[in-house]
Design a protein around this ligand. Structure first.
Ligand SMILES: C[S@@+](CC[C@H](N)C(=O)[O-])C[C@H]1O[C@@H](n2cnc3c(N)ncnc32)[C@H](O)[C@@H]1O
Length: 213
C-alpha cells in the first residue's frame, strides 16, 4: 500500500458509522493540487482491477480521473497498474462510495461510470445498489450541470431497475442498448474484467447513459 501512496488520495472510513461520516466529515480534495492542472474530472465507482480507468485515462490525457473502490486488495491491483504504466491522470479513493461527498467538491464531476456494479436483487439490499435513490442523490451533489452517468451491466433486472431509478431521481436517460457489443457504441467500448467474463459466456451487455436534468 505504501508504494501506492502517490496515487491514493483517500483511504478507509473516517468514522465507524457511514451516515455520521457522510453528514459530518469533510476532507474535500483540491483537484488542481492533486492533478497539477484544471482539466475536467470524471469518476468511476467500483473500479475493480482498474483496467477500464487505466485505458480510459490513456485515451484521454486531457481529462483527469478518480476511481473509487471499497475492496483494498482489488484497488491495489488497480493502483499498481497505473503506477507501472506511468499514467499521470488517475487517482484512487479506497473508500465506500457512500462517503464520496466527504472528499469530492460539489458539482465538480463531469461524468460517472458504473461498470458491472453488483445487482443485489434481494429487496432488503435495495439501498446498497449503486443506482438506488440513495446513491443517485450523492451523485447529483457531485455532478456538474448537465453531468452524465454511464452504466454497463450484465443484469437485466438491475438494468431495468436503474432506468426506472434514473427517471425517478432527476435524470433523463438519453441512450439505451440491451446489446452493447452489437450496437453503435461497441466501437471504442473499453471491455472491463467482468464484462469480458460475462460476454465470453454469450451474455448480452446492457448500456445506458443518463443526463442530470
Ligand atoms: C462486480 S465488480 C465490477 C468491477 C469492475 N468495474 C469491472 O467491471 O470489472 C463491482 C466492484 O464494485 C465495488 N463496490 C461495490 N460496492 C461499492 C461501494 N459501495 N463503494 C465502492 N466500491 C464498491 C466492489 O468492491 C467490486 O470491486
Amino acid at each position: 500500500m505504501e508504494r501506492c501512496a502517490p496515487v491514493l488520495v483517500a483511504r478507509g472510513r473516517p468514522c465507524l458509522n457511514l451516515k455520521e461520516a457522510a453528514e459530518n466529515f469533510r476532507a474535500i480534495l483540491d483537484f488542481q493540487t492533486l492533478f497539477g492542472n484544471r482539466n475536467p474530472v470524471e469518476l468511476e465507482v467500483g473500479c475493480g482491477n482498474g483496467y477500464f480507468i487505466a485505458e480510459l485515462a490513456k485515451r484521454h490525457p486531457e481529462t483527469n480521473f478518480l476511481a473509487v473502490e471499497l475492496c483494498t486488495n482489488v484497488i491495489l491491483t488497480a493502483m499498481e497498474r497505473v503506477l507501472r504504466e506511468e499514467i499521470p491522470n488517475v487517482r484512487f479513493l479506497n473508500i465506500p462510495a457512500e462517503i464520496l461527498a466527504c472528499y469530492i467538491p460539489d458539482r465538480s464531476i463531469r461524468k460517472i461510470y458504473l461498470n458491472f456494479s453488483t445487482p443485489l436483487p434481494e429487496p432488503n439490499r435495495e439501498k446498497q445498489r449503486l443506482t438506488s435513490s440513495r446513491f443517485l442523490s450523492i451523485y447529483k451533489k457531485l455532478l456538474a450541470d448537465g453531468g452524465v452517468i454511464e452504466q454497463k451491466t450484465d443484469s437485466a433486472f438491475f438494468f431495468e431497475y436503474s432506468l426506472n431509478s434514473f427517471g425517478e431521481n432527476g435524470f433523463a436517460v438519453t441512450e439505451i442498448s440491451r446489446d452493447l457489443h452489437r450496437s453503435k457504441w461497441a466501437e471504442g467500448n473499453i471491455v472491463t474484467e467482468y464484462e469480458q467474463n460475462f460476454s465470453s459466456k454469450g451474455m448480452p451487455i446492457y448500456f445506458a447513459r443518463a443526463v442530470l436534468l
